[in-house]
Design a protein around this ligand. Structure first.
Ligand SMILES: *[C@@H]1O[C@H](CO)[C@@H](O)[C@H](O)[C@H]1NC(C)=O
Ligand SMILES: *[C@@H]1O[C@H](CO)[C@@H](O)[C@H](O)[C@H]1NC(C)=O
Ligand SMILES: *[C@@H]1O[C@H](CO)[C@@H](O)[C@H](O)[C@H]1NC(C)=O
Ligand SMILES: *[C@@H]1O[C@H](CO)[C@@H](O)[C@H](O)[C@H]1NC(C)=O
Ligand SMILES: *[C@@H]1O[C@H](CO)[C@@H](O)[C@H](O)[C@H]1NC(C)=O
Ligand SMILES: *[C@@H]1O[C@H](CO)[C@@H](O)[C@H](O)[C@H]1NC(C)=O
Length: 426
C-alpha cells in the first residue's frame, strides 16, 4: 500500500475543491468535498450505490477492486454523484464502498450543525487518513462518512435524437432494380435519457429504369413469290428486329433485314417465229403461165426450251408469166449430101417440123462440079426425119442414103431440107 501511495503522489498534488465526474453517458455532475462526519444515518439514510455486494439492489455493476482501490473509489464516487444529482443535494461515501444521499438542504445542514459530528476517521485511496493535500477523493472509515455537496444540479438528461438522414447512397445497379440506403445517426442520450426509437438505416429500390436491351433478329420469313416464272427472277425474304426489339437505348440489329435471291432461272420456252419471206424465185416459165415460189425459215427465232413450232406454211407460190407465149419463127436448115447437122432447141423446147424432105427442089442448091442434067424435083426421107426429129429436143440430120433410108434422086446431088420451129413444150 505504501508503494501505491508513492506512485500516485505526483498525480494527486493537483488539488481541486471542485470536482467534475463524467460518467459513461457524458453526464457531468459537479460536486464539492465537504468533509468527514460521523456516520449520520438520520440525514443520509437512502443508500444509492453499493459496490461491494453484488446482490444489493443498488449494486452499480462494478465490484470493488481492493488491488486498485483508487480506480474503484473514482468509479464509485462518479456513480454516486450521478445518482445523487437526480434526487438529492449531497451524498456521503461510507467505508465499504457504499453511498447515501441527503435529499434536501435542511437535512444536509443538519450534518454539519454541530462540531461534534465532525470526524477524522475518513481515508484516502491509499487507506491512510484523508488529508486534503494528499487526497482529492476520500471515503469514510470505520464509523465515518465523507460528504460531497452537489447542490441543485441542472437536469442534464438528454434524450437520444435522430440526426437528419444522409442522402441515399449510389444505387447498387445502374439499371434494373437496385437498392440504395441511407442512414442517420442517433445523437446519443445523455445522463440516462431515452435512446432513439427506430432504425438507423433504411433502404429503398432505385433505378427502376430498364436496362438497355440490344435488338435481335427474328426468324426469316419464307421466300416470297418469284418475280418471274422463268428466265431468272428474284424473290425476297425478310426478318424483323423484334426478337427482342431494341429498347431503352440498346443496340440495333446488325445486318440486312431483307435477302434477295434468284429463282426460276431455267430458260423460258421460246416459240418459233418465221423470218421474212425470201423474195420470189424465178418463174418456172417465161410465158404461158408459170409459177414462182418463196420460202421462209422458222428462225426468227427458232423454237427453243419447249416453245411452240412456227405456225403456218414455210413455202408459198404464185402464178407468173401468164401472158401468152409469142409464136416462134420457123427456121430452115439445109444439109448437103454427106454432111451432118445438129438441130437443137435447148432446154424446155422441142422441135416442131413444118416442111422437110431428103432430095432436091432446085438445081443450084448444094451443086458441086459440072452442071448435070437432072430432073428438078425429087423428094423422100419424110418419114425418117419425122421419126428422128419431130417432138424431140434435138436431132442430128445425117444427109446420106443410109440415115434417110434410100435415094429418091437416083445418084444425083441431093440435100436434106428441114423447116421447123422450137416450141416451148412446158
Ligand atoms: C444551510 O446553511 C447555509 C449556511 O451554512 C445557509 O445559508 C442556509 O440558509 C441553510 N439552509 C437551511 C434550509 O437552513
Ligand atoms: C430531466 O429531463 C428529461 C428530458 O429532458 C426528463 O425526461 C426527466 O424527467 C427530467 N428529470 C427530472 C428529474 O426533472
Ligand atoms: C436537417 O434537416 C432540416 C430540414 O431539412 C434542416 O433544416 C437542417 O438544417 C438539417 N440539419 C443538419 C444538421 O443538416
Ligand atoms: C425460329 O426458328 C427456330 C428454328 O427453326 C425455331 O425453333 C423457333 O421456334 C422459331 N421462332 C419463332 C418465333 O418462330
Ligand atoms: C433483288 O436483286 C436484284 C438484282 O440485284 C435487284 O435488281 C432487285 O431490285 C432486288 N430486289 C429487292 C426487293 O431488293
Ligand atoms: C423483215 O421485214 C421487215 C419489213 O419489211 C423489215 O423491217 C425487217 O428489217 C426485215 N427483217 C430482216 C431480218 O430482214
Amino acid at each position: 500500500m505504501k508503494k501505491m501511495t508513492k506512485r500516485l503522489l505526483t498525480f494527486l498534488l493537483i488539488l481541486v475543491l471542485s470536482i467534475s465526474i463524467f460518467d459513461a453517458q457524458e453526464c457531468k455532475v459537479q460536486f464539492e468535498r465537504k468533509g468527514c462526519i460521523k456516520t449520520n444515518r438520520v440525514v443520509y439514510h437512502t443508500q444509492i450505490a453499493n459496490n461491494r455486494d453484488s446482490h444489493s439492489v443498488v449494486f452499480t455493476g462494478k465490484q470493488v477492486n481492493w488491488g486498485n482501490y483508487q480506480k474503484s473509489l473514482q468509479e464509485l464516487i462518479g456513480e454516486c454523484a450521478n445518482r445523487a444529482s437526480k434526487h438529492g443535494i449531497a451524498f456521503a461515501v461510507g467505508d465499504y464502498n457504499q453511498c447515501w444521499i441527503a435529499t434536501d438542504e435542511q437535512n444536509y445542514n443538519i450534518s454539519f450543525e454541530n462540531q461534534w459530528q465532525k470526524s477524522d476517521g475518513c481515508i484516502g485511496h491509499d487507506f491512510t487518513k484523508c488529508v486534503s493535500s494528499k487526497h482529492n477523493l476520500c471515503a469514510g472509515g470505520i464509523g465515518s462518512q465523507y460528504v460531497y455537496f452537489i447542490g441543485h444540479q441542472q437536469n442534464q438528461t438528454v434524450d437520444g435524437k435522430w440526426g437528419n438522414w444522409t442522402s441515399f447512397t449510389k444505387c447498387s445497379k445502374s439499371c434494373g432494380v437496385g437498392f440504395q440506403t441511407r442512414s442517420r445517426i442517433c445523437n446519443k442520450p445523455k445522463c440516462g435519457g431515452k435512446s432513439c426509437q427506430g432504425f438507423s438505416t433504411e433502404s429503398q429500390q432505385c433505378n427502376v429504369q430498364d436496362c438497355p436491351v440490344d435488338g435481335k433478329w427474328g426468324n426469316w420469313t419464307s421466300y416470297g413469290p418469284c418475280t418471274k416464272s422463268c428466265g431468272g427472277g428474284f424473290q425476297i425474304r425478310s426478318r424483323a428486329c423484334d426478337n427482342p426489339p431494341q429498347k431503352y437505348g440498346g443496340k440495333d440489329c446488325l445486318g440486312r433485314a431483307t435477302e434477295n435471291r434468284t429463282c426460276n432461272s431455267q430458260n423460258c420456252p421460246v416459240n418459233g417465229r418465221y423470218g421474212n419471206w425470201t423474195s420470189f424465185r424465178s418463174c418456172t416459165k417465161s410465158c404461158g403461165g408459170g409459177s414462182q415460189s418463196r420460202s421462209r425459215s422458222c428462225n426468227n427465232p427458232a423454237p427453243k426450251y419447249g416453245g411452240k413450232a412456227c405456225v403456218g406454211s414455210a413455202t408459198d407460190s404464185r402464178a407468173c408469166n401468164t401472158q401468152n407465149c409469142p409464136s416462134p419463127d420457123f427456121q430452115e436448115v439445109l444439109v448437103c449430101e454427106q454432111q451432118t447437122r445438129l438441130i437443137d432447141c435447148g432446154a424446155g423446147k422441142t422441135i416442131q417440123l413444118s416442111d422437110y424432105f431428103w432430095g432436091r427442089t432446085s438445081k443450084t442448091v448444094c451443086r458441086v462440079g459440072p452442071d448435070w442434067f437432072w430432073s428438078t424435083t425429087c423428094k423422100g426421107g419424110q418419114a425418117v426425119i419425122k421419126t428422128k426429129c419431130d417432138g424431140k429436143k434435138s436431132c442430128t440430120i445425117n444427109a446420106n442414103h443410109k440415115w434417110m433410108n434410100g435415094d429418091p434422086c437416083l445418084g444425083t446431088p441431093k440435100y436434106a431440107w428441114v423447116k421447123y420451129r422450137c416450141f416451148s413444150s412446158s
